[in-house]
Design a binder for this molecule. Structure first.
Ligand SMILES: [Zn+2]
Length: 215
């Protein structure tokens, strides 16, 4: 509805070289669970390479940090053992070691957790399909904390990170995917990155945020 007064854009892309996380920003750490890490039931190649990156990100002054976890019943619609067979080997069964967050991540005590895919007949790649232990949805959790922008990292970029980022936009949040703090399953992630860009999701390196620490 701005009529003819919009100033010309100085750059075709948003400026993402000095993003400073603050109280209205949340860090969403997607599915950094043992089963998605090397040695796990559904390991993402080089998934462990992102652990030190996420560890550093968790030290930044985000208003909220939220982890998501696949948290499946022992029989789940997404498992190849289901009838009809789902797409994935059994993984992240609730309460098992495989479903636990990596012990190599030491996150602040204030970190919130949401769980998804908890019902036998439904799957959710997106963290926005999950809820905390009180049944509060991720969107409500973000809204209650005054969050307007989410930064996403984790596993796997081409499935659960992508789905979560798209849902963040749909729910009205600004979204930034920290590409060096993600790993994907596909060998070519170009289609995923194009899908994210087309949805208005910014892509940047976590180093653009870390530099704000030394300011
Ligand atoms: Zn799953």
């Amino acid at each position: 509805m701005v009529s003819g007064t919009t100033p010309p854009l100085q750059s075709p892309e948003p400026e993402l070289t000095h993003l400073s996380p603050g109280p209205e920003d949340a860090l969403l750490i997607i599915d950094v669970q043992n089963d998605f890490l090397p040695g796990g039931a559904l390991a993402v190649p080089e998934g462990d390479a992102i652990l030190p990156v996420i560890q550093q990100l968790s030290c930044l002054p985000f208003g909220l940090i939220v982890t998501s976890q696949d948290w499946h019943p022992a029989q789940h619609v997404s498992f190849q053992t289901a009838t009809p067979p789902g797409p994935w080997p059994p993984h992240c069964v609730a309460q098992t070691h495989g479903a636990a967050l990596s012990a190599d991540l030491a996150l602040p005590a204030r970190t919130q957790a949401v769980f998804k895919g908890t019902e036998a007949d439904k799957d959710s790649y997106s963290a926005f399909g999950g809820a905390d232990t009180h049944g509060t949805s991720l969107a409500a959790l973000l809204q209650h904390n005054g969050i307007s922008r989410v930064f996403l990292c984790g596993l796997a970029l081409d499935y659960c990170v992508q789905a979560s980022a798209l849902d963040a936009r749909t729910a009205g949040f600004q979204a930034v995917v920290l590409t060096d703090a993600c790993r994907g399953i596909a060998s070519d992630l170009t289609p995923t990155l194009n899908t994210l860009r087309a949805a208005g999701i910014a892509l940047c390196s976590s180093s653009a945020l870390n530099s704000s620490l030394s300011g």
